[in-house]
Design a protein around this ligand. Structure first.
Ligand SMILES: C[S@@+](CC[C@H](N)C(=O)[O-])C[C@H]1O[C@@H](n2cnc3c(N)ncnc32)[C@H](O)[C@@H]1O
Length: 229
């Protein structure tokens, strides 16, 4: 079963409740800070049901949404016009040609893939020279199964090492699919080793009204450069 097939309804509810909203807003802000994105080609990898693609297309970009899940792509295709939808694996992006995009964006997806390095390499391949990748992940320091809220906004972090985890319970996305926990250093070093120079990193402001004060998302922006040898 491809990732998220069978969880489309659950994911739609999460988007409705604003789960990835901080990530969508951040990516839109960075794109417009860097460029006039009208007519720019942007690939959203792990696009889910396409909300970020919709916003980028509305801003005038030429958008391709890629997701492994046939069900997520089918919902996106049914709901949103003016975007090219592709079912493909972000770890290879085999159906997309080299050097064909000005930007690659990825919203809360890298924790879902077993090989984030392959995603960075594939993204670099499809970017034009000097193209930019923007990615947002759940903050691995504070939003992890090892980080326990203490009820006053603070958290106790019990573990941090790289590992695959599943949440307790049944029937939820994380109890079924699990996720890959990686330290920030792994993401950033592997991003640079894949051939990106980091332009900026951010810890996103929370948009929810929970007692939590620690950032829920971490983000990085990098420009394609020659890989180091
Ligand atoms: C947490 S959702 C994020 C969706 C969307 N980017 C958003 O922010 O709402 C993760 C998405 O990544 C997709 N995904 C997971 N592994 C993938 C892979 N190897 N290649 C492409 N998409 C993948 C899933 O199907 C799912 O739609």
């Amino acid at each position: 079963m491809a990732q998220y097939d069978g969880f489309a309804e659950q994911y739609r509810e999460m988007v409705k409740k604003g789960g990835p909203e901080a990530s969508f807003r951040y990516i839109m802000r960075q794109l417009t800070r860097l460029d006039d994105i009208r007519n720019k080609s942007i690939c959203d990898i792990g696009c889910g049901q396409g909300e970020l693609c919709r916003r980028m297309a509305f801003a005038g970009a030429r958008v391709t949404g890629v997701d492994l899940s046939a069900e997520q792509i089918a919902i996106a295709r049914g709901d949103i016009a003016g975007v090219r939808w592709v079912q493909d694996d972000a770890m290879s992006l085999g159906s997309l040609p080299d050097e064909s995009f000005d930007y690659v964006v990825s919203s809360v997806m890298l924790m879902d893939v077993p090989d984030h390095r392959a995603v960075f390499r594939a993204s670099r391949r499809i970017l034009k020279p000097d193209g930019v990748m923007i990615w947002v992940i759940m903050h691995p320091c504070f939003q992890s199964p090892f980080s326990h809220p203490l009820g006053d906004g603070s958290r106790k972090v019990l573990d941090y090492k790289e590992q695959f985890w599943k949440s307790q319970g049944t029937g939820t996305i994380r109890s079924t699919l699990g996720a890959y926990h990686r330290p920030l250093s792994a993401y950033l070093n592997d991003f640079m080793e894949a051939g990106f120079s980091v332009i900026r990193v951010d810890e996103l402001e929370r948009l929810d009204s929970s007692v939590d004060v620690l950032p829920a998302h971490f983000a990085a922006v990098g420009r394609k450069v020659r890989p180091s040898v």
